[in-house]
Design a protein around this ligand. Sequence first.
Ligand SMILES: [Zn+2]
Length: 251
Amino acid sequence: MKWKTKAILGLSFLTTFFSRYNFWRKKEIGVSVLLYHRLSKQKTYTNLDKFSIDSKNFYYHMDYLKQMGYKTVNVENLEECEGKCVCITFDDGYKDNMYAYPVLKKYGYTATFFVVTDWIEKGKSPCGLKMMSWEDIKFLKKSGFEIGSHSLSHKKLPLLSIEDKKKELSNSKKIIEEKIKSPVFSFSYPYGAWDDESKKTVKEYYKKALVIKQKTYIKNDDAFLVPRAVMRKNTDMVDFYLLLTRGRSRI
Ligand SMILES: [Zn+2]
């Protein structure tokens, strides 16, 4: 092989590797906010499968955090965490999220669960997945976890009228508060979708709101656009390390 061919091959390997694993990014000092959806290998043949991780991997993630000396914090108290700190969140409220309970307890960790109230009421998601019951949610709250709202019906807020936005935000909050007998402070935008009007309306009811963005949360960042990294089926331990230290793992 000619040296020119070798050089081109070497360069393309390095480009591919460092696009996939962004070791070159500067280390960030903020809190990594992680977004989990499902902890299951069961397929739905929908887009959601990309965001379903094996429950074993969730265990490895928590074990790694403990070994590396990370603490966890709920969304509500995000600013109060000093040092190596991670915020673990779950969206939608799938029944398989209950697998997280013994794992989190084992390591003394906390998490915030964002639920879609219509889906909880019905007991299943639009693609037929079993949801947590209100008993599960009350149990998590009593065990020290935070419960947040992920809206009434999981619609993209920017597509709704102001009246419908208010309904999605205030009714879901009211329903959860009545069930858990405790105030709800945090909201997670369905699909991470927001615009100025959604953000302004969220501020009327909540103290914090979360979007989807690979970046760490640094004190005094916008509390209504808290960035979260989505955990995917193909998020491996190298990605996990990069998300914790750089807030982003790939281009
Ligand atoms: Zn969702």
